[in-house]
Structures are given as C-alpha cells and as structure tokens.
Design a protein around this ligand. Structure first.
Ligand code: UDX
Length: 440
C-alpha cells in the first residue's frame, strides 16, 4: 500500500521505517528540513536500536522517502499522523496545536477513499472533533484513531510486533471500511494472531491514557513501597519478586528506583488529569496527583540520601552521575530523573560530573550548567560518590575493583537496584540501593 507518515519524531520515524519494512511504499513528512535531509540520507536523528538498519534497508530498496512537502502525499492510501503532544508550558494540559496543524495540512491532500490515522496521544474528544473536520473538508475519506504503545529503546520491535492493535472508528459502514483498509497495512501482525480491538473514538483515545496511567501507577506504587521498606527494614526487590509472582499483579514495571521520566508517562498522566477536569470527572483521577507526587519525591530522596552518604554535606563533594537519559538504550533526556537529580546536587554545592553513552549531546542542551564527561573512567576519577541513575549495561556490568582504584571514596548509590550489593561491598564499597534500610 502507499502510506504517508506525517511527523518524523521518535514515533513517526520508526513508524515510517517499519511500514516500509513490511513492504509498503512509504513517504515520511516533516516540517524540519534538517530532520528530512538526515532521514533521507539514512541517519536517524535520535538513538534508537535497530532504526539505522531499517532505514538503510528501506531507502536502498526504494520503498521509503522523506519530504517537507505535503503535496507529495496526494496518492497515499493511508496517512498516519504521528506528531507530538507536549505538555503546555506552565499547565498540565497537552498542547495539541501540532495535531491540529497536521490534520489541517493533510485534509486538502487526501484523495477520495483514503484513510487518515491518528497515532498521537491526545485528550479524549480530539478524534471526534477531527473526524468532523475531515467529514467537512474531505467527505469521501475517513478517520481511524489507532494509538501507539511503543517504548523507546524497543520501538522497532514494538512497532513490527505490537501486543495489540486498537482501532477507534465511527460506528458505521464507513468506519468499518476504513478499519478493513487499516487491516491491509497491519496484515503481517494480524496474520500472526495479534489481537485487534475495534472501539469508538473516545475509547481508543482513553486506552492510551489509561495504559500509561496504569504503568505510571505501578511504578509509583513500588516506589511508595520502597519508602516503607527503607524505614521498616525490608527489601523492596524481594517484595516486588514475591508480589509479582501473583499473575494478577505481574512482575513487570515493579522496579523501584528514581522514578519514571521521558516524553510520555509524566506528561500523559498530567494531561489526562487536566482533560478529566474539563469533562467534570476530575475526582476520578485525583490518585494520579499522588502518583506524580510519589514520582517527584524520588528525586529529592536521592539527593538527601547522597548528602547522608557524603557525611552530611554536599559542599565541594565530587559526585559522578552514571546515566543522563530517562532510561537505557535511548538518547532521550526529556524529564530525565537522572539529570534533575544531578542539577539539584549541583545547586546544593556538589561538583557533579555526568557521563552517558548516548545522551550527552541532548543533556548539554537542557542542563548546560552541568559538567559532562564521555569517558567513563575519567568521569569517576577522584569521585567522592558515584550515583548509578540510568541502568545502561556498561554501568550494571562495571567491575567494582577496577572502578574502586579510580575513585577517592568507595561510595555508590544504586538508583535502579541494578548491581549486586554483595560484589560491591566485598570490594570495600559503601553500597546504598533503593528500598533497603539505610547503610545496610
Ligand atoms: C512509555 C510506555 O511504556 C509506552 O507503552 C508508551 O507508548 C510510551 O510511554 P517509554 O516512555 O519509552 O514508554 O518508557 P518506559 O519503558 O515505559 O519507561 C518509562 C520510565 O519508567 C523510565 O524512566 C523507566 O526508567 C521507568 N521505570 C520503568 C521504572 O522506574 N520502573 C519500572 O519498573 C519500569
């Protein structure tokens, strides 16, 4: 099929390359000429494992191209809209100006019989408003709302082999016809039995908000348990293992740590609260305020714990932060708890050095006041404390003996419970994890 993808950020670039991998003829559109030029020459504008290979393969097979011109998409059968919905400055609500702009630009170019597919995470009610615009501006076309559940770092695999497909459609013949067109796009996933749920627009939009709220709640739940474990003399990892064995609960997303960050979970739960408020259902989501509060509290707790590990004062202490990105296998530093902790430590008088295998360029743009060092060994040399805040493999596999010879003080705070306390203690380190009693 002929497919266009409007918006070539994390979501759109991966979606475009993945659709081409499935054999479709794809054009990716973005207003940013630099991004389009990079993608067209096979360079992913961000770090995502597997994406460069996918781009190379599709570009050389001639199935993928990128452009800034909307007029280039006029013969597409299906148009995916993949633009961002960031948090509005100073507010909880999502800013949907890019969604509105993308559909306004798209509608005049939709040929009769084609389908527009919204993939962006939007406040419930957006899809039916856009469907009305499409009905007016391109009456022989249709809208499907098809939320995306990909995780950064696993985006290619999540797009090619999703857990489920959700189609929000209008409950009429046109809606079902549009769904059958989308079935052709996802033929490969459907052929291997991927569940496909057909729902109305509002349900499709809410599936995404509810899924991210549930995941955020799971993380804040275990982080709240970590707070109790610390004062009660318990161990949160063993607790998570034990409750996770109940398959009604499940072990995934029960890793206590420094909290969730990134471009999705934090802003999506806030936007969801804001939208529920507009709809008069704000009480239903007040628990998400607590989820957010528990999450933000992780950051100040790590700062406090570091102060204690440094003997009660941060002034002049040389602290090395391992990891700048919000999670491993990504160069994304949006709302990264690691960087926010690094900045707080620095504000409170510490000399902080941040290292990261992929995220330093983005980190420098957001926190130019911090010191960065790409070389891991140089970054830890003469440190008074090392903080492991993003669990990249190169940090979880560090040898405590080798690193111990470089630092001034063998003090490590493991913000992700990702290394083995016994190994580090056996090498003379003071080890502090999350959700275990102090100085255990
Ligand atoms: C998330 C959702 O998982 C995905 O389905 C949705 O489409 C977009 O938002 P992503 O932001 O890529 O994906 O990251 P995710 O893997 O969900 O991690 C989010 C944050 O939670 C990270 O900062 C991670 O370190 C943290 N996390 C995750 C924990 O602290 N503990 C866990 O057990 C899991």
């Amino acid at each position: 099929m002929k497919i266009s993808v409007i918006g070539c950020g994390y979501l759109g670039a991966v979606h475009a390359a993945s659709m081409a991998k499935l054999g479709h003829e794809v054009i990716g559109i973005d207003t940013d000429i630099n991004k389009v030029t990079a993608l067209q020459s096979g360079h992913a504008p961000f770090f995502e494992p597997g994406l460069p290979e996918l781009l190379d393969e599709a570009l050389s097979a001639g199935r993928l191209q990128f452009s800034t011109k909307m007029s280039d998409i006029s013969d597409s059968d299906v148009h995916f809209v993949c633009v961002g919905t960031p948090q509005k400055s100073g507010e909880y609500a999502a800013d949907i100006q890019y969604v509105d702009a993308a559909f306004s630009a798209l509608i005049p170019h939709m040929r009769p019989g084609s389908v527009a597919v919204g993939k962006s995470t939007v406040p419930v009610g957006t899809a039916s408003r856009i469907a009305a615009l499409i009905e007016h501006g391109a009456p022989e076309t249709h809208l499907v709302w098809n939320p995306e559940f990909l995780r950064e770092g696993h985006a290619v695999q999540d797009t090619l082999t999703p857990d489920r497909l959700v189609y929000g459609i209008s409950q009429d013949e046109k809606g079902h016809l549009a769904a059958s067109i989308l079935d052709h796009v996802y033929e490969a996933a459907l052929a291997v039995g991927t569940p496909r749920l057909i729902v109305n627009y509002a349900t499709a939009e809410l599936v995404k908000s509810a899924a991210n709220s549930f995941l955020a709640t799971k993380i804040s739940f275990i982080n709240a348990m970590a707070e109790v474990c610390e004062v009660a003399g318990a161990d949160v990892t063993s607790l998570a293992d034990a409750i996770g064995m109940d398959d009604r609960i499940g072990r995934k997303f029960l890793n206590a740590g420094i909290g969730f960050g990134g471009g999705c979970l934090p802003k999506d739960i806030r936007a969801f609260m804001a939208r529920a408020g507009e709809l008069g259902a704000d009480q239903a989501l007040t628990f998400l305020r607590e989820v957010d509060a528990i999450n933000m509290r992780r950051r100040s707790k790590v700062v406090e714990r570091t102060r204690e590990l440094c003997g009660g004062s941060l002034i002049g202490k040389r602290i090395t932060v391992l990891g700048a990105t919000f999670k491993p296998n990504s160069d994304d530093v949006r709302d990264s708890p690691a960087l926010s902790i690094a900045a707080q430590l620095q504000l409170q008088g510490a000399n902080v050095t941040v290292t990261d295998p992929e995220g330093l360029a983005n980190a420098m743009k957001r926190f130019p006041e911090l010191k960065y060092e790409r070389d891991l060994k140089i970054s830890v040399t003469n440190a008074n404390a090392v903080l492991l805040l993003t669990e990249w493999d190169e940090y979880t596999q560090l040898d405590p003996g080798t690193i111990g010879n470089l630092v001034d003080d063998r003090v490590i705070l493991d913000g992700r419970n990702a290394i083995n306390p016994e190994d580090w203690r056996a090498n003379g380190w003071t080890y502090q994890g999350i959700g275990i009693p102090l100085s255990q």
